[in-house]
Design a protein around this ligand. Structure first.
Ligand SMILES: *Cc1c(COP(=O)(O)O)cnc(C)c1O
Length: 369
């Protein structure tokens, strides 16, 4: 056996499967856009904004060009006057750091809770500094944890909360969907996300009319009306009409996709019982199961064993933000964040995996040494 992937390896993702499943719908969407004659912010764009807003139960949803743009614009829209820093977790892939830095803000990190792997009220209150005006909470791996006490802590101190729903779109609790708990939220339609486009896309979500108005200006040069720049910090970040048309036909499939993802994680979770791999559960509608993640102190060895059994794996994410060379962050110790970056690994988890492939992964997990 060789250590290189063979064609029979269960992949981490395969976009061609979803494209061929949806091919007729996607072809029709292209035709519909071409027939309309609108290519930017036309009827498909507006229809998708309304449809996703209704699905989430929010009053305002604004399409932008990517999830990273959505974060940057959301942070800019809610940053209180006189504040200049964003606090977030260091284990969430660096997207918030990229967005906040590009927006001209300082980035501060709080450690994660060892159980949820997300920020908690405790870790944030331990790390808060006076300059923090925005806390970004990432619903990492799709897990919409109960963030009500964390939101209350922030609001008590005049700090605004941005939810990063890029991995958790469609996750919901009894009291609302991911993206409706903070002041504003950002999401991504990157092709591998739970609701994926055929290219880049993103959205900003809010129930606050004033923030929505600011976002609608920021995404289009800061214009108040055509050619009249009303506010600073504007950019060009629009959701393409074609992507909106593709997303419109895939939105009705989202709940089914999320259910399939949860089933896959539940199978891996059961297969891992009593073995060396600790698969994290995704056991209800609050979890969109974006990734099937597991922890192991013997990560390199486990990944090698899985690959030999025909299972691809990846690491989300190997380098915490506060240790990224390019972010040139102030040296800081975040013990749980650092520990998780050494132990976390991801197993194949996307709706188009076949039952045979899921069986193969389960057998591989069961026979780990
Ligand atoms: C993918 C992702 C983003 C960024 O989205 P893009 O559309 O790729 O810019 C932001 N946050 C999280 C948690 C993500 O997974």
């Amino acid at each position: 056996m060789s250590h290189t992937r063979t064609s029979s390896t269960v992949p981490m993702n395969d976009l061609s499967r979803g494209i061929s499943r949806d091919r007729a719908l996607l072809d029709a969407a292209v035709g519909s856009v071409l027939d309309s004659g609108y290519v930017i912010m036309g009827p498909h764009h507006n229809a998708f904004e309304s449809a996703l807003a209704e699905y989430l139960g929010v009053t305002h949803l604004l399409g932008v060009a990517s999830g990273t743009d959505a974060l940057e614009i959301a942070i800019k829209a809610v940053m209180p006057a006189g504040k200049c820093a964003v606090m977030t977790a260091g284990n969430a892939g660096g997207y918030t750091s990229t967005a906040a830095r590009r927006g001209g803000f300082q980035v501060r990190y709080a450690d994660i809770d060892p159980n949820s792997l997300c920020l908690s009220e405790q870790t944030v209150s331990d790390a808060l500094t006076d300059d923090v005006g925005v806390v970004v909470i990432t619903h990492l791996y799709g897990n919409l944890t109960d963030i009500s006490t964390l939101v209350a802590l922030c609001h008590d101190r005049g700090i605004r909360v941005v939810e990063d729903c890029a991995q958790a779109i469609g996750a919901r609790r009894a009291d609302g969907a991911a993206g409706t708990f903070g002041d504003i939220a950002a999401t991504s339609f990157y092709p591998t996300k739970n609701l994926g486009a055929i290219g880049d896309g993103g959205a900003v979500i809010t129930n606050n009319a004033k923030f929505a108005q600011t976002v609608s200006q920021l995404r289009q040069y800061g214009w108040g009306s055509k050619y009249r720049v009303a506010i600073g910090g504007g950019t060009n970040s629009r959701l393409d009409e074609l992507q909106a048309a593709f997303l419109l036909v895939r939105l009705p499939l989202l709940d089914g996709f999320n259910e399939r993802r949860r089933k896959i994680v539940q199978r891996y979770f059961a297969a891992a019982a009593d073995g060396p791999l600790q698969v994290l559960p995704a056991d209800g509608p609050h979890h969109a199961a974006h990734l099937a993640v597991a922890l192991s102190r013997r990560r390199t060895d486990i990944r090698e064993q899985l690959l030999l059994k025909g299972v691809a794996t990846d690491v989300h994410f190997p380098v915490p933000d506060h240790q990224q060379i390019g972010f040139a962050a102030v040296p800081q110790s975040l013990p749980y964040t650092e520990n998780v970056s050494l132990e976390i690994l991801s197993l194949p988890c996307f709706p188009e995996l076949t039952d045979d492939e899921v069986d193969l992964v389960c057998n591989a997990i069961r026979t780990l040494e």
